[in-house]
Design a protein around this ligand. Structure first.
Ligand SMILES: Nc1ncnc2c1ncn2[C@@H]1O[C@H](COP(=O)(O)OP(=O)(O)OP(=O)(O)O)[C@@H](O)[C@H]1O
Ligand SMILES: [Mg+2]
Length: 254
């Protein structure tokens, strides 16, 4: 079981789009993936139409009420298991603090094999609080989408600095990949950001796959669909298929 967390300190860079289509791409390989929505905005849960009324029926119940993850999980129409988020998650930082036992709660739960048998994909919010720290500590791979703009690059560099600061705690270099999203070859800024990424990050930690700016990717969540079911012939579907294959090729997805 591999745990992939999708995170960037900048909002709106394509985290949820990437989490959604990674889950779908993994499901297409005949494996049942496990999605965990750790963003109080609950966008990923919304796409899967799993919006619990009660906070306790979301991952909030897992963090606060000691409910097993499997207890709050739903199976979507596309065969993805999803643990939904809830707005109440915004209170977790105040309620729980950031003690070691708090930020490793998800990691400990996922280590119990029956909690999540397949590959796990975690969507996060842009804040480096208790939820994102749980994602970082639980993951085998941190995937950092960088939409092709300068602030998204700055957000990714903040992630890199945070990971370096956490390295003594991990006692290893946490595997990470930076993936350029919303890439538009006609825009000078897109190639400038790509060039700056090549300077900012280790070459082997930048995904070869780039996700192009693609209107089908923007449309599909509103239709409660992933890109493969919404527009299977689109550039977006091709790009996310290539990203899944790249992660398979590097051994992060079986
Ligand atoms: N490759 C793309 N082409 C076109 N639109 C995209 C692409 N990727 C994402 N979008 C759109 O950009 C917006 C932000 O994407 P998304 O919600 O995935 O970002 P996010 O990082 O999860 O945001 P937040 O920080 O608010 O959770 C959405 O409207 C989404 O549909
Ligand atoms: Mg999001």
């Amino acid at each position: 079981m591999t745990v992939i967390a999708v995170f960037n300190r900048k909002g709106g860079v394509g985290k949820t789009t990437t989490a959604l289509n990674l889950l779908a791409g993994i499901a297409q390989r005949g494996v049942r993936p496990f999605g965990i929505d750790l963003d109080p905005q609950a966008h990923l849960s919304g796409v899967f139409d799993t919006h619990p009324r009660l906070a306790d029926d979301s991952v909030y119940g897992f963090f606060m009420g000691q409910r097993p993850l499997a207890d709050v999980a739903h199976i979507s129409a596309s065969g993805v298991i999803i643990c939904p988020a809830h707005l109440e998650l915004t209170k977790l930082d105040t309620l729980l603090g950031k003690g070691v036992n708090v930020i490793t709660r998800l990691r400990v739960a996922l280590k119990k094999a029956d909690q999540a048998p397949g590959p796990v994909v975690i969507d996060t919010c842009p804040l480096l609080g208790v939820l994102s720290l749980n994602a970082i500590f639980a993951c085998d791979l941190l995937l950092v989408p960088v939409s092709a703009d300068f602030l998204a690059l700055q957000g990714a560099q903040q992630v890199e600095r945070a990971l370096r600061a956490l390295e003594p705690v991990f006692k290893r270099r946490l595997p990470r990949r930076y993936v350029l999203t919303r890439f538009d070859a006609r825009r000078k800024m897109s190639s400038e950001v790509a060039d700056l990424m090549a300077i900012a990050f280790r070459p082997d930690e930048i995904c070869k796959t780039r996700i192009a700016e693609n209107v089908s990717l923007a449309e599909s969540p509103a239709r409660h669909l992933d890109i493969f079911r919404h527009a299977p012939q689109s550039q977006g579907a091709q790009d996310y298929k290539a990203l899944v294959e790249e992660l398979v090729g590097t051994g992060f997805i079986a």
